[in-house]
Design a protein around this ligand. Structure first.
Ligand code: UT7
Length: 331
C-alpha cells in the first residue's frame, strides 16, 4: 500500500463486447436452470459470447483502438502494453504480443498479467509504477477475456455466470489527480476455490483431462461469494485510507461485476449508497479482468464520471487475489 508520488492518470478509455447476446432464456434450453433463478441469485440477465473468429487478442484490439482514439495517441506512442487475462490466445506467446502486432505498436514492451478478476487493477498499478519511475511515458492496460472458451456449458453452477469482453485504458503522466493510491493483495491458501485445473504444467492436456472436463472453470461459488464481500469492502477501505480519504468521498464506485448480491452486500458493509455504484452485471455477467475495465469505460462514456471525481475500482477473484485503486479523475 503506497501513496502515489508522480501523478499518473487515465487519459483514454475504450471497450468492446462481442455482438452475440446469450440470454438467460437461451440458457434454459442448455442446462437445468431458469431466468428466475439466475436473475434473483446473480442479477445477470444476459452476457456476450465471442464468435468463432474472435479471440482474446481481437477483443483487446477493438477495445485498444477505442482507447487510443479517446487518448488522441497513435499506436507508435505506446511504450508499454499489459494485457490482463486468464484466457490468453495461447499459453505463449503473450496475448500482448499478438495485440502489439495488430495495433502496430512497435515501440511497446509487452507482457500479460495473470491476476484473474483483479487483473485490470493489478495491470493499472504495474503500469503506474513504470510511468512514475520515468521508464515509460504512455502505457496501455487492457482487461480482456474470452471466458466462453473455458466455460463448461454442461455445468449450471458456472455457465450462467460468465461472458466475454475487453476494456482498455491509456495511462500517462498528468498534472493533477490520477491514481492516488492502491492496495493489492493475495491469499494463495485458497487457490482450490476457483481454477481451471488442466492445461498447465501441473496437469498437462491429455485424453483423460478432456474426458474429465478439467479444462473448464471449477468454482466453489458459495465460499467465493462470502469471501468476496469481506475482501472487496476491506480492500476499498484500505486504498481510501492510504490517500486519507473515506467512503463518504467516493463519487463513483466501480466494483468487479460478478454478482449483484455481492455488490449489494459490499455497499451495505461499506455504508455506501447504491447510487454511487456503477452496475452493468445484468448486461454482461462476469467478464473477469474485463469486468472492471468495461464498467469504468461505460461509466465514463455515459457521463457518470466527471473531472475531479473520486473513482474507486475494486476487484476480487481466483488466487485468491484482490485489488483496489483510488483515482481522482482529471479529464
Ligand atoms: O469473479 C470471481 C469471483 N466470483 C464470484 O464472486 C462468484 C461468487 N459466487 C456466486 O456468485 C454465487 O455463489 C453463485 C451465483 C455461483 C451461486 O449462488 P449461491 O446462492 O451461492 O447458491 P449455491 O451455490 O449455494 O446453490 C444453491 C442451489 C443449489 O441447489 P441445492 O443443492 O440447494 O439443491 C444449486 O445446485 O442452487 C442450485 N443451482 C442452480 N439452480 C438453478 C446452482 N446453479 C444453478 C442454476 N440454476 N444455474
Amino acid at each position: 500500500m503506497r501513496k502515489s508520488r508522480k501523478n499518473i492518470g487515465i487519459i483514454g478509455l475504450g471497450f468492446y463486447v462481442p455482438k452475440k447476446v446469450l440470454t438467460n432464456k437461451d440458457l434454459e434450453g442448455m442446462v437445468d436452470t431458469s431466468d428466475e433463478w439466475i436473475t434473483t441469485r446473480t442479477g445477470i440477465k444476459e452476457r456476450r459470447i465471442a464468435g468463432p473468429t474472435e479471440s482474446t487478442s481481437t477483443l483487446a484490439f477493438n477495445a485498444a483502438k477505442d482507447a487510443l482514439k479517446d487518448a488522441k495517441l497513435a499506436p507508435e506512442d505506446l511504450d508499454l502494453i499489459i494485457v490482463a487475462t486468464i484466457t490468453p490466445d495461447m499459453a505463449f506467446p503473450a496475448t500482448a504480443c499478438f495485440l502489439q502486432e495488430m495495433l502496430g505498436a512497435k515501440n511497446a514492451a509487452c507482457f500479460d498479467m495473470s491476476a484473474a478478476c483483479a487483473g485490470f487493477i493489478y495491470g493499472l498499478v504495474t503500469a503506474q509504477k513504470f510511468l512514475q519511475s520515468g521508464t515509460y511515458k504512455n502505457a496501455l492496460v487492457i482487461g480482456a477475456e474470452k471466458l466462453s472458451s473455458v466455460t463448461d456449458w454442461q455445468d449450471r453452477n458456472t455457465c450462467v455466470l460468465f461472458g466475454d469482453g475487453a476494456g482498455a485504458a491509456v495511462l500517462a503522466p498528468v498534472e493533477n489527480g490520477g491514481i492516488l493510491a492502491s492496495y493489492l493483495g493475495c491469499d494463495g491458501s485458497m487457490t482450490e476455490l476457483l481454477m481451471q485445473p488442466a492445461g498447465g504444467s501441473r496437469m498437462p492436456a491429455s485424453r483423460q483431462t478432456v474426458d474429465d472436463r478439467m479444462h473448464f472453470i471449477k468454482m466453489r461459488g458459495n465460499e467465493v461469494f462470502k469471501l468476496a464481500i469481506k475482501i472487496m469492502s476491506d480492500a476499498a477501505c484500505r486504498a481510501l485510507k492510504a490517500c486519507k480519504l473515506g467512503v463518504e468521498d467516493i463519487d463513483c464506485f466501480i466494483p468487479h461485476q460478478a454478482n449483484m448480491r455481492i455488490l449489494d452486500a459490499v455497499a451495505r458493509k461499506m455504508k455506501l449508497p447504491l447510487e454511487k455504484i456503477y452496475f452493468n452485471v445484468a448486461k454482461y455477467g462476469n467478464m473477469s479482468s474485463a469486468a472492471t475495465a468495461v464498467a469504468l469505460c461505460e461509466a465514463y462514456k455515459c457521463g457518470r464520471i466527471r473531472g475531479g471525481d473520486i473513482v474507486v475500482l475494486d476487484a476480487f477473484g481466483a488466487g485468491l487475489v484482490w485489488g483496489a485503486a483510488v483515482i481522482q479523475w482529471q479529464k
